[in-house]
Design a protein around this ligand. Structure first.
Ligand code: ADP
Ligand code: MG
Length: 611
């Protein structure tokens, strides 16, 4: 039998490698921008079209490449950044594998223009599927411009594997944040389908964070606490959010030696430092920068891996935990820990993480968000009707009897909860401004007034969206509204549905709108902007993109905003009205997110208490 093992041709080998390095448009953006940074650029411009599917361009003013280097750059394992294996342990550049350009050129159509300062003319190379189509001398600016068109044009399977434009754009933005947050000394601009969505001037770190994540509404400047620690093992610096700035979707970034990393173990150290300070379903934002000796970490695990292995993980955990706690003021009562001691690490990791240090037990919650009543992980409630009716079984004839006697139209749906008309027909009593109490055949019925109203409104809003018939009220003073670029797409997604409910918007400029009209049911204008942000947040967190789920999320959010509050005193008529509307609704036992609306204290239970 003849030999059967062949060496793969370069083009095939590159395509295989590309599968590892280039998984989606965001990987291309990451690799190209990192190259620009390694080339010493001070201004980097990124442009994408169709979430990077059809076009990604990165233009830098870095040092450029010679004619030969430009051609070499597309060869596999061609790099100017390391020369031998020893260099691997002292990497300070973003790239070093020499795989990115070769991989990109094997799965896309690439045009490169590059010129060094010392050269009169630059080089132009057109390459696609690893075949060079053109190489010529051109007039161009100092630096490098790389245009990547039709990613995966030659691999339909990978093209199909890509997610929706929203998802792919979001991946690109995440990569963008990870880079711009370590390079405030570099100017970045970002164009999405020709709209400029970021223009980040050179600044220091805090203003850069503010430029990216702040807004007129969210003044980040006042919400970040400085952290700073120097030890022999590690320097930690950056910012952590004040507890009241906790969000359901927080901004959480770790960087080590100028490189983004994920580190679930260190994340835990930060989260635990906030223990008792923030609500269960909210998270702190943080931007934390570690500096360590490159010899003590391993970044060579995988080309796209963002997990990084630390030699002194335990000790760094403790230092991080102490640093964050100190910033949060948890150590105010304790002597502050002196990290400048010689011979680190002798900070006992266990004693720091599990000490008897008592965090201040204040119950402050200045960021209480009236829109977050529902849990964000919405689940359709399992309605166990039978359970509720246990012990109340009656014969069908008897139930019909009651029906016939009742003066109330909606009695039909009251079922076993028929009002006890013999005693106090339609008599309602409000308890603590929050609960409506009335007598029913089987005992005492207590209704949570706010939850009841949420249920009623929710069903109304769902109807309005489906039938496209919401009533609008014009605002005297339009409210302005803006979104983060990655949220913008989600807002666009729900905008038509919001119209059906009575919202009216005009588009001002990139990511900015004005609200001109709102649903008639909304009593107050001050809640509109948080409401719309809450809706976007909910839709973002939906697992599917099914329209029904989107409708539900919008309706819940709106119902929670428009519903009457606890503590609102209701007239007898208002209570009766609410009661009737609630029972006209077949789902009167639970709110749309599954909370109990009413309880019944049975006559037997009451009797028992008097025994
Ligand atoms: P790596 O970055 O790992 O070295 P790449 O394939 O990304 O590998 O790039 C190969 C080489 O091409 C780099 O080492 C660098 O010399 C050169 N290069 C790539 N992009 C640029 C750029 N924007 N400016 C200057 N040189 C570049
Ligand atoms: Mg590179």
């Amino acid at each position: 039998m003849s030999d059967i093992i062949y060496l793969l041709p370069d083009a095939v080998a590159n395509q295989i490698a590309a599968g590892e390095v280039i998984q989606r448009p965001a990987s291309v953006v990451k690799e190209l921008v990192e190259n620009a940074i390694d080339a010493g650029a001070t201004h980097i411009k990124i442009a994408i079209a169709d979430a990077g599917r059809t076009m990604i361009q990165v233009v830098d003013n870095g040092k450029g490449m010679s004619e030969t280097d430009a051609r070499m750059a597309f060869e596999r394992h061609a790099t100017s950044k390391i020369k031998d294996a020893n260099d691997l342990f002292s990497i300070r550049t973003m790239g070093f594998r020499g795989e990115a350009l070769a991989s990109i050129a094997s799965v896309a159509q690439v045009e490169l223009r590059t010129k060094r300062d010392e050269d009169e003319l630059g080089t132009f190379i057109e390459i696609a599927g690893n075949r060079v189509f053109r190489q010529e001398v051109v007039q161009c600016d100092l630096g490098t411009s790389i245009l990547v068109k039709n990613l995966f044009f030659n691999i339909p399977a990978r093209r199909r594997f890509l997610k929706s434009d929203n998802v792919e754009r979001n991946h690109i933005l995440q990569e963008f944040y990870r880079i711009v947050l370590v390079h405030p000394d570099i100017e970045f601009s970002f164009y999405d389908n020709e709209h400029e969505i970021f223009n980040l001037a050179v600044s220091s770190l805090k203003p850069r964070i503010e430029q990216v994540f702040g807004s007129a509404r969210r003044k980040l400047n006042h919400q970040l606490l400085n952290i700073q620690t120097q030890t022999n093992l590690v320097s930690i610096s950056g910012f952590v959010g004040k507890p009241e700035f906790a969000l359901k979707q927080a901004y959480q970034f770790f960087f080590v030696n100028g490189r983004y990393m994920r580190h679930p173990y260190f994340n835990k150290a930060v989260i635990m430092a906030y223990d008792q300070l923030i609500q269960a379903n909210e998270y702190p934002s943080y931007f934390i920068y570690f500096d360590v000796d490159p010899q003590t970490i391993d970044i060579n695990i995988h080309p796209t891996k963002t997990e990084i292995k630390f030699e002194n993980e335990q000790a760094i955990w403790s230092i991080l935990s102490a640093t964050v706690k100190e910033a949060l003021g948890k150590f105010n009562i304790m002597p502050s820990i002196d990290f400048d001691r010689e011979g680190v690490p002798d900070i006992p990791p266990v004693s720091l993480s599990k000490t008897n240090i008592q965090p201040p037990q204040t119950t402050f919650n200045p960021s209480y968000n009236p829109f977050s009543i529902g849990s964000s992980s919405y689940k359709r409630p399992q309605m166990e009707w039978e359970e509720l009716y246990k012990g109340f079984e009656k014969t069908p004839e008897k139930a019909e009897d009651e029906l016939a006697q009742s003066p109330l139209q909606e009695q039909k749906s009251f079922g076993e909860l028929a009002i006890d008309e013999s005693e106090n027909l339609g008599s309602f009593f409000q308890l603590k401004g929050s609960y409506i109490v009335t007598s029913v055949k089987s005992g005492m019925l207590v209704i949570d007034q706010r939850r009841a109203h949420i249920r009623i409104l929710f069903d109304q809003f769902i109807q309005e969206i489906k039938q496209k018939q919401g009533v609008s009220q014009r605002l005297l003073f339009p409210e302005s509204l803006s979104f983060m670029p990655e949220d913008h797409a989600f807002f666009e997604q729900i905008k038509p549905e919001l119209r059906y409910l009575g919202f009216e918007f005009t588009y001002k400029k990139a990511n900015h709108y004005q609200v001109l009209g709102i649903p008639a049911q909304l009593q107050t204008t001050s809640l509109i902007v948080p409401l719309l942000n809450d809706m976007v947040e909910r839709v973002k967190n939906c697992t599917g993109e099914a329209l029904d789920i989107v409708h539900e999320q919008i309706a819940i959010s709106l119902a929670e905003t428009a519903a009457i509050a606890h503590g609102l005193i209701l007239s007898k008529d208002a209570m009766q009205e609410l009661f009737q509307q609630l029972f006209a609704n077949p789902n009167h036992h639970y709110t749309p997110d599954g909370k109990t609306i009413m309880i019944i204290l049975s006559e037997d239970e009451i009797k028992n208490r008097f025994k």
